[in-house]
Ligand binder design. Structure first.
Ligand SMILES: C[C@H]1O[C@@H](n2cnc3c(O)ncnc32)[C@H](O)[C@@H]1O
Ligand SMILES: [Zn+2]
Length: 432
């Protein structure tokens, strides 16, 4: 039985009887939010709670590096369409009706789904982000939150978008919550002007915060060459966008020169295999070439209206098998790389000391309980990548606080009920 008091507190915790990297292990969290010891046996501790893993596999919490958390409200609302038709006929007209309350409950639903499926950090791009921050704060998860700038080439809109961006970053910083990091998000090159891209790049530099953008999801290069005389990646570089702070989602249509520029500027590319296949964007992120060039590649689900879930285990398996299939080589993205792409590579892009279970790292840890899909345990990483659903996660710990144990997340029922009501009401208003 779960002790009700175990939830939500960063206190000393000993995790016993787990398998870590194919070996028996115990993990001690000293109550500072960090891991302080990992050993076969830990006897010297002050644990307030002891978690018996009963043979569970311990893994670093998943890091979802590209999503739009409130979009879970539109899960299943419109499927089976190409990207631009989907955005312009279904999603954007509905988003025009979003309220702060919708954003809050949509983000609550996303945090619940992520905690349930083993994600401890997410990188989010959307609107009215202080409402997302409230949901993140309450859920206990970690997130980088960015307001999404769309100016459509209109100077007056550009000015108002800059003001919203500045206010959003100030509000997120004022929360003074170590789990909430501000970022800046120009949506894409086809929705943001040159002045918008340049302004976001400069703001990200002066604030020293991540810049999160959609890049080459479909082939944006022909239009970019027509408009600016160069491909998308050189255009972004021309506007000052490419740097070690840049987190570029999708990146399906990068060529060898683009990849070399990403490597030179230390950009992180985020693979979104499920959304890319569902929206049929035509090509997979060129992982083998990116790996060879030394580009940091992370993983994301995209929003739950194009995925349609936020399960990073499903995403990890899809990434590994899509990469093998698309590049016709079963050695591409082996299991240990898929796990790194889904955890520590994203943490690195956000400047977090996370994604590894070792002393000194953030105590962002998940346990996958023994279940038919992880027996036999010849290789726990292989089982995690190729055989595990996120719903097999039974314990999620973020910043040293237990957010889920034995599959229980306090308050889950209310979130399911409220977010369902809010979603139906949003669609009713949008289609009235
Ligand atoms: C944040 C804005 O981005 C929109 N969006 C959601 N999914 C995608 C995608 O796959 N490509 C481009 N833009 C996307 C979302 O609806 C918001 O308007
Ligand atoms: Zn997206």
């Amino acid at each position: 039985m779960t002790e009700p008091d175990i939830f939500g507190k960063t206190v000393p915790i000993l995790i016993r009887n787990v398998t870590l990297n194919n070996k028996p292990a115990e993990i001690y969290l000293d109550g500072t939010g960090n891991i302080s010891a990992v050993a076969e046996k830990i006897t010297d501790h002050d644990a307030e709670f002891i978690i018996d893993g009963n043979g569970a596999t311990a893994l670093p919490g998943m890091v979802n590096m590209h999503t739009h958390s409130p979009m879970g409200l539109l899960r299943g609302y419109s499927d089976d369409m190409p990207l631009f038709e989907w955005l312009s006929t279904k999603i954007w007209p509905t988003e025009a009706h979003l309220t702060e309350n919708d954003i809050y409950w949509g983000a609550k639903l996303a945090c619940l789904e992520m905690i349930r499926t083993g994600t401890t950090t997410f990188n989010d791009m959307y609107f009215m982000m202080d409402n997302v921050a409230r949901a993140v704060d309450e859920a206990g998860i970690r997130a980088c939150l960015s307001y999404c700038m769309i100016d459509g080439g209109d100077h007056a809109k550009f000015e108002s978008e800059c003001s919203v961006m500045e206010k959003t970053v100030a509000a997120l910083k004022a929360r003074n919550n170590p789990r909430i990091m501000p970022g800046v998000s120009p949506h894409a090159i086809y929705t943001v002007s040159e002045e918008g891209l340049r302004w976001c790049a400069e703001f990200s530099r002066t604030e020293n915060i991540p810049l999160h953008i959609h890049v080459d999801e479909t082939d944006e290069n022909p239009d970019c060459i027509k408009a600016h005389g160069m491909r998308v990646v050189p255009w972004l570089d021309h506007c000052g966008v490419l740097s070690e702070r840049c987190i570029a989602a999708h990146c399906c249509w990068l060529d060898a020169d683009d990849i070399a520029l990403f490597a030179q500027r230390n950009v992180t590319a985020v693979h979104n295999p499920v959304s890319n296949m569902k929206l049929t964007v035509g090509r997979a992120l060129p992982y083998p070439e990116m790996k060879a060039a030394g580009v940091n590649v992370a993983l994301g689900t995209d929003g739950a209206s194009s995925n349609n879930d936020l399960d990073m285990f499903a995403e990890m398996k899809t990434a590994a098998i899509l990469q093998k299939f698309f590049w016709n080589d079963p050695t591409v993205m082996p299991a240990d790389e898929a796990l790194a792409v889904a955890s520590r590579n994203g943490a690195k892009a956000l400047g977090l000391n996370a994604g590894i279970i070792a002393p000194g790292y953030l105590a962002d840890i998940i346990l996958v309980g023994r279940n038919p899909a992880n027996v036999p345990a010849f290789n726990t990483t292989s089982n995690a990548v190729y055989a595990t659903s996120g719903l097999a996660v039974d314990t999620t710990i973020c910043n040293g606080a237990v957010l889920m144990h034995e599959g229980i997340i306090p308050g889950a029922e209310e979130i399911l009920k409220k977010s369902e009501e809010v979603a139906f009401d949003l669609v009713r208003r949008a289609t009235a």
